[in-house]
Each structure stands twice: as C-alpha cells, then as structure tokens.
Design a protein around this ligand. Structure first.
Ligand code: AMP
Ligand code: MG
Length: 553
C-alpha cells in the first residue's frame, strides 16, 4: 500500500469567511485541510499490517483501490453543506475518490486509533479497521467537516477482518444517517454510496454459511469522528501526554465556546458538555423510537452524534425490551428501554478515562449529573409534546402515563403510528368508543385483539387522556400541529430499508430515491406516500434484515 507524500507539517488552509452563496465546486477542485493529522501524533511506523499501535492517535494509510467504483447514491443536501457539486457521471474521478481508488492532492488519509468497551467489557485497541478519513473540508457555513470512507480497505486496526463493507449495511448507513438528520436527531451525515464492483464474503447469520455479496463504500461526513474510545485507549495505555493533546485539539477545534475557560476547569466543562449532548441525542432516540443496537463506547461520538449505523431499528411493536440486534438477543444489553442507562454507563467510562485531566472527582460526578438532569428534563418534555400536553405536571399525569405504558403493551402496538394517530383522536366529550379508537386502528398488528377488552381499556384511557388534553386549553389546530412535529409519520423501518437494498442490488435505485425523498419530510403528511407509513407487513416479521438483524456488515 502506498504512503501519501503529504508532509505532516503542511500548513493549514486559510479559513475563508462563511459564504452561503458560494457556488458548488467539483470535489477535485476543493482545497482540503487536515487538522487531525497536523495537530495530533502520527504512528511512526508506516506498515499497514494489523498490529498494536502505541503512542499515536492515528496511522497514515491510503485506501485500497477497488475494481469498478460507481456512485449508487448521492445526497444533494450534504453536497451543498460541503460546497461540493453532484458529479454528472456515476463513474469517473469523483467515484474513484469516494470509492477509495484515488487520493486527491491536499488529502492526508489516515485511520484513527481508538479502543472501547464492548458489551460491558474493555476490548483494548479497536480503531478504524475499515474507515479511512480522506481529509477535512472548510464548508461554506464556515464549519470544518471530515470526509470519511467506510469500507475502504485494511488498516493496522483491521485485526483479522477485511476492511470492507457489504452493500446492504452501506445502504442502511447512508439512508439512516440522512433520515435521522431530517427527524431532528443529532447524527453524522452521508455524502455518497459507491458500489465497488467487488464481492465481499460475509457469514450473514453467523451459522457457518459464508456467501459473497456486493461491496460498497459510504462517504460519511461529520465535524469529527472522534469517539469516547479515542480517549479511553490513551488512558488505558497511560499515554497521558497524548491524552491531553487529543483533548486540547478536540476542544480547540470542535468546542470553541469553551476556549476562554482556563485549565483544568476547561476539561470538566468539556465533559459536562459531552454529557449534555449525549443526553439530548438519547432523548431524541427515545422520542422517535430508534434503537441503536450496539452502544459500545467505540460507537459513542464525542460530539453527541448518532454514529456507526449497524443493526439498528425502530420500535414497531412498542416494547422497551426490544433490540433489533440478534447478536445481542440473549442479554439485550442495548434494548430500547436501556439506552439512557447505557449512555450513562458509557459516560462513566469516559469519565474514568478523563481522570488524568480532571483530578477533581466531584466535577466528573457533576457532569454525570448533568446527563441525568438533561435527559430526564428533555425526555419528559418530549413525551409531553408527543402527547399534546404543554408539560407533564398535574398530579394525575404519572398515573395516566403508567396506564399508557400498559395499554401500549397489552396488544402489539406500532409506536410510530400510535403517537402519530393520537393527534387525530376526537376531543369531543360525546363520542362513542369506536370513534375514539378509530384514528389509532392502523397501529395495531392484530385488529381482532383491540376489538374486545383491550379496545375497551384503550378507550377508557383515551377518555381520561382527552380530559387531560382539554385542561391545557390550547387551540386544537395548534396542539395537533405541535404533536405532528414531535411524532414522525415516516421512519426508516427495517423492512423498507431492505426493499431499497434489494432493488438497488438488482440495479434499480428508484425505491431508494423515493424513500429518501419522503424521509426528508418525515413530519409532513405526504398522503401519496401512505404506503411508506404502514405497519410492518407480516411477511417481514421474521425475514432477515426486515425486523431484526445481526452485526454482520
Ligand atoms: P463495529 O462493531 O462496526 O462498531 O466495529 C468494531 C470494530 O471492528 C471497529 O474497530 C471496526 O473498525 C472493526 N471492524 C468492523 N468490521 C470490520 C471489517 N470488515 N474490517 C476491519 N475492521 C472491521
Ligand atoms: Mg463501530
């Protein structure tokens, strides 16, 4: 593998003032920057072979070229964010760069070194085993954003794996990160999906039946892909000087609001801010019914962004114990209802790793307290908004919420459709049970089950609920509009993603294109696309990838 010749002392590009009206340029004409490479310590060894790396934050590597790179999907919105024009051809120089076959002048590609706690245990060095950051772009909005290829070939952090990614998992990452953005959930983004023209072998069910599947590369975009694990590996290896260097770099570059705080308080404030952002992210996950599936500390972004889309899913049948990740089916560590506690546990691991910089333990405890307070306050307010209440405050509210949880669990109830339907429940006092329940009918997987006692219990709850709504005295139209901004109609159900994958694998991008367009306006009614807001069909319940799925990617 070639080493890039860009010197580590390369000066930074001059940061231009924000120019939102800037015309879009060809990727090949962008002036790239490489602050991570410039300001942090490089692995002194050039060898791209799996190994333990010491005393470094990254290793310079070049993506491995692929046979026939072809752009399969492109996000215009992310292109505009970056100031990059959509290429006019599926193949050619842009496809070559974003598929990993070509490095442009000014790029200094690298794989980052990080560790992590996986499923509750310290796993040692992990690192970018198949992700390679190409460069950073100073965007028209003045912000710095990283272009990172996932599936771009082996690095020293690949361990025994191949450095590649299959089409199905790449489509899922590309689509979901964009869908999450439009849902208002903090997330990394994705610019492009490139088919490699090569096959990748995966044992999808972990049952000893490996098969060849088409490979792909996603170009992900975020201000930085630094994870909790970047800090953890340096603390675990007692590389405290590098730990401080990394912290200072991340704060200076990505938390400019903290810049004027003196050390050591600045580190405590930084931790507190990470806690706050993580709390907001998880509160949003809970609001939209998103289950990440693999909340290891190496999958936790230091910016509080949803990162590393793998075996994720959305609650269809409402069940706090549900996880989409079949690899976690036994312990269900990362189930929907545990996500706030797991985020807190992960932050505790980060706190331990930051201890060399923050000797004041009370400050770390305060930070964790900020997580709890922020999450509780935000999640509660979000739930109130989902219900159409101004807040959860009246004495009987808790009892109503407890009964709601039971009502949602008594028969299989689609979380997204239930909350979306609540806004349409008639608030008039004199309506019969059937009219009261009708707007929610779509949410039930077994229509017969709600016809009997379960329906009666639901109607009883709805009567008390309506009474509670009326006490807020908010005009109906206002309340319903507010609810519809908190309760998406369209989410990327796993079976929908799978349909897009199957079509794309057969050469048809239309399913993906349509879904992506609809998911750009997840809170709008879009009645012509009602079929994409339907509950999961029965055929999809046990079909691979359509409900649950393994970590194989
Ligand atoms: P994940 O479970 O996807 O969060 O990945 C955990 C670790 O395994 C990270 O260090 C990844 O870079 C690495 N990894 C996952 N898949 C591959 C692969 N196909 N090749 C190399 N490294 C991988
Ligand atoms: Mg990961």
């Amino acid at each position: 593998m070639m080493r890039s010749t860009l010197a580590q002392t390369e000066p930074p590009v001059e940061i231009p003032p924000p120019d939102q009206t800037a015309t879009l340029r060809d990727l090949c004409d962008i002036a790239f920057d490489n602050s991570f490479v410039r300001e942090l310590r490089a692995d002194p060894l050039p060898d791209n072979i799996p190994r333990q790396v010491r005393n470094a934050s990254y290793t310079r590597v070049t993506p491995s070229a692929v046979r026939a790179p072809q752009i399969l999907a492109w996000s215009d919105a992310v292109g505009e964010l970056l100031g990059i024009a959509a290429p006019d051809s599926h193949t050619g120089p842009v496809a070559d760069v974003l598929g990993g076959s070509r490095v442009l002048p000014g790029m200094a590609p690298y794989a980052a070194r990080y560790g992590g706690h996986q499923f509750g245990h310290w796993a040692g060095q992990l690192g970018d085993g198949r992700a390679i950051t190409l460069a950073e772009v100073i965007c028209p909005d003045g912000l710095r954003r990283e272009l990172q290829l996932k599936g771009a070939g082996r690095t020293p952090y690949s361990r025994t794996a191949d450095g590649r990614a299959v089409l199905r998992s790449s489509v899922r990452e590309f689509m979901c990160s964009e869908a999450m953005h439009y849902l208002g959930v903090p997330t990394t983004r994705a610019l492009s999906l490139v088919g490699t023209g090569e096959m990748v072998v995966r044992d999808m069910f972990y049952d000893g039946n490996p098969a060849a599947e088409p490979g792909a590369v996603v170009c992900r975009v975020a201000p930085t892909f630094v994870r909790f694990g970047h800090v953890e590996i340096l603390a675990a290896q007692k590389e405290f000087e590098l730990l401080k260097q990394l912290a200072d770099y991340v704060i200076r570059t990505h938390f400019p609001a903290l810049a004027s705080t003196p050390a050591p308080e600045i580190y405590a404030e930084w931790f507190e801010e990470i806690c706050r952002r993580t709390a907001m992210m998880v509160a949003h996950w809970m609001r939209v019914g998103f289950v990440h599936g693999v909340m290891n500390t190496d999958n936790m972004s230091i910016l509080g962004l949803t990162i590393d889309y793998g075996p994720y899913g959305w609650l269809e049948g409402f069940d706090p114990n549900w996880t989409p990740n079949t690899t976690d089916a036994e312990g269900r560590r990362y189930r929907y209802g545990s996500q706030p506690q797991i985020a807190h546990w992960n932050l505790t691991r980060l706190a331990s790793a930051l201890h060399p910089l923050i000797s004041d333990e009370a400050a770390l405890v305060r930070g964790l307290g900020v997580f709890e307070a922020t999450f509780n306050r935000t999640a509660r307010q979000m739930l109130a908004t989902k219900l159409g209440w101004t807040e959860i405050s009246l004495p009987d509210d808790e009892a109503l919420l407890a009964e709601l949880m039971d009502v949602l669990l008594q028969v299989e109830t689609d979380m997204t459709l239930f909350f979306r339907g609540l806004a349409d429940v008639p608030m008039a006092v004199l309506v019969d049970n059937a009219a009261l329940v009708a707007p929610l009918a779509k949410a039930f997987y077994d229509q017969d089950a709600v016809a009997g006692l379960a329906g009666e219990r639901l109607a009883n709850w709805l009567r008390q609920y309506c009474q509670r709504v009326r006490r807020d005295d908010v005009p109906d139209a206002t309340r319903r509009a507010t609810m519809n901004q908190a309760n998406p109609k369209y989410v990327l159900r796993n079976y929908l993603a799978q349909q897009a994958i199957d079509a794309l694998a057969a050469g048809d991008a239309r399913v993906l294109d349509r879904l992506m367009k609809v998911l750009q306006r997840p809170y709008d009614d879009q009645p012509e696309h009602d079929d994409l807001a339907a509950r999961r069909p029965e055929w999809a319940r046990h079909k691979a990838g359509c409900s649950a799925l393994s970590c194989s990617s």
